[in-house]
Design a protein around this ligand. Sequence first.
Ligand code: NAG
Ligand code: NAG
Length: 400
Amino acid sequence: MMMIKKNKMFLLFTIVTQIHYSLAILDPADFLALQSIRKSLQDTPGSNYFSSWDFTGDPCNFAGVFCSGDKVVSLNLGDPRAGASGLSGQLDPAIGKLTNLTEFTIVPGRVSGELPATLSELKNLRFVGISRNFISGEIPATLGQLVKLRTVDLSYNQLTGNVPWGVGSLPELTNVVLCHNRLTGSLPAFVSQTLVRLDLKHNNFSGDIPPGFLPPSLQYLSLSKNRFTGSVEFLLPQLNRLNYLDLSSNRFTGPIPGSVFGFQITNLLLDRNLFTGLVQPFDEVAIQTVDLSHNMFYGEVSSLFSSVQNLYLNNNKFSGSVPTVLMDRVKAGNVQLLYLQHNFLTDVPIKPTEVIPVSSLLCLQYNCMVVPVQTPCPVESGMQKTRPTSQCVQWKGSRN
Ligand SMILES: *[C@@H]1O[C@H](CO)[C@@H](O)[C@H](O)[C@H]1NC(C)=O
Ligand SMILES: *[C@@H]1O[C@H](CO)[C@@H](O)[C@H](O)[C@H]1NC(C)=O
């Protein structure tokens, strides 16, 4: 078996050298690695990716294989066209023999099993993307040896265990996308000063994130749907280049620093945590969607929120009167959504006869006042229009 293949390679070598003397033939180590990789993966029904993988021909012409000189430098497994159903099988440890690989991807499909520890031999690897498959087991700690690694996308798999500390220490990381796995433990410190995207939503991470653990280069940060704890009061002000921030559905505590509301951001999602304190922006807030709902924020609603298009302040402990400037923007149709239900508000400057524009949603239910007028509220806010007076005594008292 081996002999025949070697002979074929030799024959190919002779032909190629006759055509152009300097044209190199694929390194035998790479050739054998591709054969092993091929053997452990299959097209799923509907995918026809491997039809071009005929080892009697030059592997550098195979779909998804790109060579430089005699080495494979890029391997994109599977047909990337939308609708192609991807591959099944497992990833062979022989991948580690493709020593000059800089880019390695597998299209969404049904590839299962663990990531081979031999990935650590791919010292030139800059880009790894194996999203939406059935990869399980832990992220190999040896991934932390790939010092040129920039993009790691292992999202939508079944990975368990921690993010190895070595991965956080990689100096050139730009994109880390590990969302929708089953990862646990606390985060390592990310040291790369070029990290722009960190997406860890929908895992089972826990623990605090100390100030300094995330670099100021970050532009996109999603930690949503984990079990992170502790304060972000000193972490967030360092991340002033963020344009997307989602910390929703965690167990973060403590206050939100006012500077966060000045970020050049379109979405600020801090809902469903244990945040407390006053909410005090320094300036007019220019963020499209601000969601602070389901926390324990208190004090008065700031009038600096009047330019926000979608403002969720519901299910907190806000008290006092809703600012007139905010209600004026609602009446003018400039605010698309204002959710204030389930707080301890005592007054809202709108009359029962006033009309809320059809394009706007306003919910005021379950506060310490009679609701003059509102649009339909979300089902979860219940049927009860006003909070029981017994719960409102302290708030009324504190105003005097
Ligand atoms: C493969 O990588 C090594 C360094 O890791 C480099 O010296 C060599 O030139 C590369 N070969 C090709 C064909 O790119
Ligand atoms: C998350 O981890 C905890 C234990 O640390 C476990 O009890 C829980 O079931 C896990 N949740 C998920 C969704 O895996």
